[in-house]
Design a protein around this ligand. Structure first.
Ligand SMILES: Cc1cc2nc3c(=O)[nH]c(=O)nc-3n(C[C@H](O)[C@H](O)[C@H](O)COP(=O)(O)OP(=O)(O)OC[C@H]3O[C@@H](n4cnc5c(N)ncnc54)[C@H](O)[C@@H]3O)c2cc1C
Length: 572
């Protein structure tokens, strides 16, 4: 071995490698760096520093076409990303992958919505954070669905508190066992119509609680706790563009700067991880192979421990592509479950209604990054049991004053009228649980490679009977609640979305007790390769109804703590 190759090898060797820089990758890197590990964070997308948010200060008149994209642009670049029609706009399109650059195939429609850049979807997310409970962790076992979770609420509870403290979650304690209270900052209060909804719904349905959304936005900034580049939320409602105040939790504002402050972090953007390299001699992974996205050069980085956080689909694709004599079907895939059991939440159903003759003298001051939430209230126990479906749904919603656009008026009269606020409208959208089905899957197409020579991904997953029945009840209950609050013109909607559309995809490398039926153990460690950990959404054994990212963060912090102890004992 020559001097040159020794030098290259040393430069390419770290204590730890984290694949991905989004919500879970940022957390993994921060925790590893804080524990003293020299950590390499590999991210396939471009570098984005905190503050590189090009539209953050744009006013409505700065954004072409009233912030909308032209049909031509949607057709060319975002035909899949914008299937929901509301999502890709002028102010956020730079965060969204172009479909013509990052293709994938579908046996059944799957809306794989994502952005490749440092920070991943931590810049783009809606920031809703709800704890899971034992209702969720025990459900598979009690109902005989798929496999049992290898953990219970008590295992993750201290880690929720740990991450919530750092992340900063605005929320209101309600004592609801299905969404346990956490470490909360003051809530962003409900506006008068939302508060009214809360009170009226409670009168008719005491178990349906309208609560302020639990949001990873700093309603109260504490520099001692909210480390990094954080600041007070200004309620500008422009979160989707990236926050120059660092007021919501993102890798840029929170985890990356804290990791950098330790002096232990190296970020390598434009690094497309193709596979994890397995050593038969040691029975462990030795490192990862990347393709430089700009030069197309292949480089191998080595480390003692690898955290996979390339998002559910990204991580599973890397593992499926990591083929060796020992693992011909993908790294750690002895169970054959890798890529299967893909889940998402499903939505597109709910109700909207108008609140007549109420609060006409009231407008709300400032804005609110959240709205309201109604936690699951079906199938909690025998009294709320539903005969025709399992699990349940929650709602996200808000109330606001409609625009006043009168018919048949022009000129000055029209101008005078449109400056008056319209009636109050309340809307709520249902988020349903999806069961884990072995038949719902993603897999690699080894005959069709992408621009980096990596096999492309195909999805074959759909909503099934349980989801369809649950949706009908979700719509019915939304209408009931609006009617209970005295709304008129209540309109229901039920436009079944495809998996992926809720952007909570998960489950493709599930945790479990048994290596024969699961990919990861209770510490998010590959059963078969002890120095590889997976702590993004692919680890999930069921989907619950709650937005999942705070659970990924808690599992990540817990797994790093475990990995650290194992390494100190010399076991990995
Ligand atoms: C509009 C929107 C609203 C959302 N709202 C919420 C919400 O309210 N609450 C909630 O809990 N969740 C929400 N989510 C989902 C949330 O963003 C994801 O659950 C979360 O970001 C997942 O974290 P992650 O670390 O697994 O993946 P990501 O944050 O997606 O990060 C993965 C990173 O890995 C990189 N990567 C992928 N493949 C490779 C590779 N081969 N090599 C190197 N790097 C790779 C990607 O480029 C990306 O940067 C929302 C998402 C969107 C888009």
């Amino acid at each position: 071995m020559g001097i040159m190759s020794v030098k290259i090898k040393r430069e390419n060797t770290f204590d730890a490698i984290v694949i991905g820089s989004g919500i879970s990758g940022g957390y993994a890197a921060m925790e590893l760096c804080k524990k003293g590990y020299k950590t390499l964070m590999l991210e396939r997308g471009r570098m984005v520093e905190h503050g590189d948010y090009p539209t953050a200060h744009d006013d409505p008149w700065d954004l072409p076409n009233l912030n909308m994209l032209s049909l031509e642009e949607i057709k060319k670049h975002y035909p899949k990303q914008n299937r929901l029609n509301w999502w890709v706009r002028q102010d956020n399109k730079h965060w969204v992958n172009k479909d013509d650059e990052y293709g994938y195939d579908e046996v059944e429609r799957f809306d794989w919505i994502r952005g490749h850049h440092v920070g991943g979807r931590s810049i783009m997310w809606g920031r809703k954070c709800y704890r899971w409970s034992d209702l969720d962790f025990e459900a598979n076992q009690k109902e005989g669905i798929a496999i049992d979770w290898p953990i219970r609420y008590k295992d993750i509870e201290p880690w929720y508190s740990y991450v919530e403290t750092f992340v900063g979650i605005a929320g209101q304690k309600e004592g609801l066992p299905q969404i346990p209270d956490g470490v909360f900052l003051p809530p962003f209060p409900l506006n008068c119509a939302e508060q009214y909804l809360r009170e009226e719904v409670k009168k008719t349905y005491p178990d349906r609680v309208v609560t302020p959304s639990r949001q990873a936005n700093l309603s109260e900034y504490n520099p001692e706790i909210h480390l990094g580049k954080r600041g007070q939320c200004q309620s500008r409602n422009r979160c989707i563009r990236g926050c120059p105040y660092g007021a919501y939790f993102s890798s840029q504002a929170a985890t990356i700067p804290v990791a950098e402050d330790t002096g232990n972090l190296t970020i390598r953007p434009n690094s497309v991880v193709a596979e994890i390299v397995y050593s038969k001699e040691t029975g462990k992974a030795s490192g990862v192979k990347i393709i430089d996205a700009i030069t197309k050069e292949e480089i191998v980085y080595n480390a003692r421990i690898i955290f996979c956080n390339a998002s559910t689909v990204g991580t599973t694709a890397i593992l499926l592509n990591s083929i060796s004599e020992t693992f011909p079907n993908g790294l750690g895939n002895g169970s054959g479950e890798l890529g299967h059991n893909i889940m998402d939440h499903h939505y597109g159903m709910g109700a909207v209604g108008v609140l007549p003759n109420k609060f006409e003298d009231k407008y709300y001051q400032g804005r609110n990054p959240g709205g309201f939430y109604i936690a699951r209230f079906t199938n909690l126990d025998e009294t709320t049991k539903q005969e025709n479906y399992l699990r349940g749904f929650g709602y996200q919603g808000s109330a606001g004053r409609l625009a006043n656009i009168p018919d048949g008026v022009i000129g000055k009269d029209l101008k005078d009228e449109i400056f008056k606020p319209g009636t109050w409208q309340i809307g709520m959208s249902c988020f349903g649980e999806m069961l884990p089905y072995h038949e719902n899957k993603m897999y690699l197409n080894f005959d069709k490679k992408d621009q980096y020579g990596i096999p492309t991904i195909t999805f074959d997953a759909k909503l099934r009977d349980n989801e369809m029945k649950l949706r009908e009840h979700g719509v019915e209950c939304a209408a009931e609640m609006l009617n209970a609050a005295g709304c008129v013109n209540v309109r229901t909607f039920n436009d079944a979305t495809a998996p992926g559309a809720c952007i909570h995809e998960m489950g493709t490398a599930r945790m479990g007790h048994d290596p024969k039926t699961s990919v990861l153990n209770k510490w998010n460690q590959l059963h078969e390769v002890p120095n590889v950990f997976v702590t993004d959404g692919s680890c999930m054994t069921s989907s619950a109804t709650q937005n999942p990212s705070i659970t990924y963060m808690a599992l990540t912090a817990r797994a790093v703590d475990y990995a650290d102890k194992q390494m100190k004992k010399g076991l990995i």
